[in-house]
Design a protein. Structure first.
Length: 465
């Protein structure tokens, strides 16, 4: 056994080491790249942050044919005025539900008369500027001869990928200083990117937060048209958690930079969850906006309207695969990241980031790291063979080394016993049965021969008788 063990034990140890190594490799998680948390949050979130455009178009009829100058002014305006504005919002379900501010979609929620009055003020201001008269004079003149003939409400949601879709208000609070500034919209879609809702009861002063949206200050004639599809993300902290509006609605104070256009945009925590929607800014000083004094509707207030609309805040398959692809990409596993990105493109072709990530991954695929889990089947086969060999070697070592005598004893013990063979006569035994026939004082072979001869003679006598 010792000789066999000298060879079999080291081989067994080597095979066991192979099994252990395979399990270790299979359980290695993809290495995370050295990407800042804020950058990860931005990449995860911005595909689900949308621009909301809400407006009403009022058509006018001027009834004084003797005033060609005013007629010409209205014709330049195509006899129409537009009231409304734009803001931001976040998709919270894969089938197209969006949260934003009520005041962002206020224009289409007003009564016809209120919309017409607001639009009429624009017409009066234009006429007053043209004729260089005061507003009241222009108003008194225009109100006699002008009436609206049509009001068309339009609510559009612009996705980061460029799609412009019709929106519908499903749940509506009230504009700022009138109530809870929350609205829930619906667009048609499936597998849309989403942002999860957090819990604003858990927030603390000085928690890190990020505001994401489409601030008007970031729009510029110098930028390309597609730049309007790229959201901005500003970092900050929570300044106060328990402030309220005059109507008693809770708000969160933030010090992150924001401006008009950011309204309705999500405020996220370091988990990537929405903890509020930006709603209004602090007062201006000398007519200028002062940054660092902005307020958000807490997400738990937002949830009231989400529940009212019967919406479930659920992530999409797009989110899952996209985030897996990003983690692989940041870790250097470009081949596997490319597979994930291509899967995202198949289920949601207009994803805002996916084309660029596919292009980048294709460029780097040749330098991709090895992901050992791809070889799981091969490892399992090797482990099975190695385990079987270890078992055979151990059996051979501890049961195959017994001595031949032991084996022979074992065989003898298992063989049925036979009649014992006669024991040859020893000199002492002969002394008890023979006599000293030749009288030489000892019993030896000669005596045996004589005894045999005597026996033969006796036998012959019997035969003769």
């Amino acid at each position: 056994m010792k000789k066999r063990a000298f060879f079999t034990i080291p081989i067994s140890i080597l095979l066991i080491a192979v099994i252990i190594a395979s399990f270790f490799l299979l359980n290695i998680q993809p290495a995370e790249g050295k990407i800042a948390r804020a950058q990860k949050l931005a990449e995860f979130t911005k595909p689900a942050v949308v621009r909301v455009v809400d407006y009403a178009v009022v058509t006018w009829q001027f009834t004084n044919p003797n005033d060609p100058e005013v007629i010409a002014i209205l014709e330049q305006l195509h006899n129409q005025s537009i009231v409304g504005g734009s803001g931001s919002g976040a998709i919270i379900s894969s089938d197209g539900y969006i949260v934003t501010n009520a005041h962002v979609v206020e224009a289409t929620q007003k009564k016809d008369e209120d919309i017409a009055n607001e639009a009429f003020e624009q017409v009066v201001t234009t006429v007053a500027d043209y004729f260089k008269v005061d507003y009241e004079t222009a108003y008194n003149y225009m109100v006699k001869y002008t009436q609206y003939t049509d009001i068309k409400r339009v609510l559009k949601v612009v996705l980061p990928g460029g799609d412009v879709l019709d929106g519908e208000v499903k749940s509506y609070g009230a504009p700022i200083n009138e109530g809870k500034d929350v609205a829930v919209l619906k667009i048609e879609g499936k597998n849309l990117p989403t942002v999860p809702l957090g819990n604003s009861d858990e927030i603390q002063n000085q928690d890190n937060i990020w505001v994401i949206g489409y601030p008007a200050a970031a729009d510029s004639d110098i930028l390309s048209p597609d730049s309007s599809l790229v959201s901005s993300m500003n970092a900050g902290q929570i300044s106060a958690t328990s402030k309220k509006t005059e109507q008693g609605s809770p708000v969160i104070q933030l010090n992150a930079a924001a401006t008009h256009g950011n309204s309705g945009g999500p405020v996220i925590n370091d988990k990537g969850e929405i903890i509020g929607l930006l709603t209004f800014r602090g007062d201006t000083v000398n007519g200028q906006e002062v940054q660092g004094f902005n307020f958000a509707v807490p997400v738990n207030t937002v949830k009231e309207f989400v529940n009212q609309a019967g919406v479930r805040n659920t992530g999409s398959e797009t989110d899952k695969i996209y985030q897996e692809g990003l983690e692989l990409y940041w870790g250097g596993y470009y081949k596997h990241a490319l597979e994930k990105f291509e899967a995202v493109q198949r289920i949601y072709p207009n994803h805002s980031e996916i084309k660029q990530y596919i292009a980048n991954a294709e460029k780097k695929v040749d330098s991709s790291k090895t992901l050992w889990s791809d070889y799981a089947t091969i490892f399992y086969i090797i482990d099975g063979i190695a385990g079987l060999l270890v078992l055979i070697l151990l059996v051979f070592t501890f049961t195959g080394g017994k001595s031949k005598s032991s084996a022979a004893g074992a065989i003898a013990a298992s063989t049925p016993s036979a009649e014992p063979a006669p024991t040859p006569a020893t000199p002492s035994a002969l002394e008890n049965t023979l006599q000293d026939l030749n009288k030489d004082g000892k019993i030896d072979v000669q005596d045996i021969l004589l005894a045999l001869q005597e026996h033969q003679k006796n036998q012959q006598k019997k035969d003769e008788e």
